[in-house]
Write a protein that binds this ligand. Structure first.
Ligand SMILES: [Zn+2]
Length: 87
């Protein structure tokens, strides 16, 4: 698991804007990310421990990758919807 911080996702977010991978929701905090050029698909999962967010991806990257950063905006939307639904 890799900790998600503003610093750790900065480069990955920039790469995600260029690559624009296809993100599918498997379930909350679990996503399938496909590279539009190569068709390679990886699975991304998020975990929250206290106030810290962690992400993991099945791709070979050892740092926060653009697959993880691509899922973050969708995860934030789903999290806010769930929060609204339970409020
Ligand atoms: Zn990845």
């Amino acid at each position: 698991m890799l900790e998600i911080t503003k610093q750790s996702i900065e480069k990955a977010t920039a790469k995600a804007r260029i690559a624009k991978p296809l993100v599918k929701v498997i379930e909350f905090r679990r996503y399938s990310v496909t590279n539009r050029e190569t068709g390679a698909t990886y699975e991304v999962r998020f975990t929250k421990i206290g106030n810290q967010k962690f992400g993991e991806c099945t791709c070979p990257a050892t740092k926060i990758c653009y697959h993880i950063s691509s899922c973050l905006p969708i995860n934030a939307v789903l999290a806010s919807q769930m929060h609204t639904a339970t409020a």
